[in-house]
Ligand binder design. Structure first.
Ligand code: AP5
Length: 217
């Protein structure tokens, strides 16, 4: 079961992907996480990505495609139950590239799910998010607070606010989403592959609807 999980910044892709990992034994492939790891390592992808991510722009397609292709090629044989692409593709160019890899590397995309959510909710979600420095678990100061403020429930690590969660960067990310990523919804709709889940409900209800989409097929 290979899934593309789409949705604007803050829609809950990472939150729901983690639940799918727990329930179905899938592997989450988050391009945002891959870029942040590359930035930490200061490798060639990290140096380029750092510039674009901090201001809220997409990393150019050729670098993104190269990084994701290398990653999939290396790790695909380990994915026994399938994977969730969280944050990829984000442009039509990336979607077309992914289709060519399906043939080359021998896998299918079984589900494309878009988390649908009004933009006014997103700013609140992004500005309240806190992420663990150590294990990457995300919380929300209001909607999903940690038991102890500033401390990760899972590993005890310190919680921080991401650099691209500043007001200016969030504005650019939402604008970039509208211009570059929203067209993908029509792209997958026209291919008859798109399922839509209401992302503007409780985390448990979103997951319930997501499961219904997957189990329906
Ligand atoms: P990335 O890390 O992928 O960021 P994003 O897509 O902007 O998504 P987020 O991680 O911000 O949000 P999410 O949908 O995962 O929401 P979450 O579950 O955390 O990418 C970062 C950057 O990397 C991009 O801007 C770009 O520069 C670059 N990049 C990545 N992929 C790329 C690509 N393919 N091409 C080019 N560049 C790329 O939830 C958000 C908050 O809301 C959390 O606090 C959570 O607790 C809370 N929450 C979640 N669900 C609910 C709910 N149902 N109710 C209430 N609160 C909720």
């Amino acid at each position: 079961m290979n899934i593309i999980l789409m949705g604007p910044p803050g829609a809950g892709k990472g939150t729901q992907a983690k639940k799918l990992v727990e329930k179905y034994g899938l592997v989450q492939i988050s391009t945002g996480d891959l870029f942040r790891a590359a930035i930490k390592e200061q490798n060639k992808f990290g140096v380029i990505a750092n510039y674009f991510i901090q201001y809220g722009y997409l990393v150019p397609d050729d670098f993104t495609n190269e990084m994701v292709y290398d990653y999939l090629k290396e790790h695909l044989p380990e994915y026994k139950n399938g994977f969730i692409l969280d944050g990829f593709p984000r442009t039509v160019v990336q979607a077309r590239e992914l289709e060519s890899w399906c043939k080359e590397l021998g896998f299918n995309i079984d589900f494309v799910v878009n988390l649908d959510i009004p933009s006014e909710v997103l700013v609140k979600r992004l500005s309240g998010r806190r992420t663990c420095k150590n294990c990457g678990t995300t919380f929300h100061v209001e909607f999903n607070p940690p038991k102890v403020e500033g401390v990760c429930d899972v590993c005890g690590g310190e919680l921080y606010q991401r650099a691209d969660e500043s007001e200016e960067a969030v504005k650019v990310r939402l604008d970039t989403y509208e211009k570059q990523t929203r067209p993908l919804i029509d792209y997958y709709k026209m291919k008859g592959q798109l399922s839509i889940v209401n992302g503007n409900q409780s985390m448990a209800d979103v997951f319930h609807d997501l499961e219904a989409v997957l189990e329906d097929k």
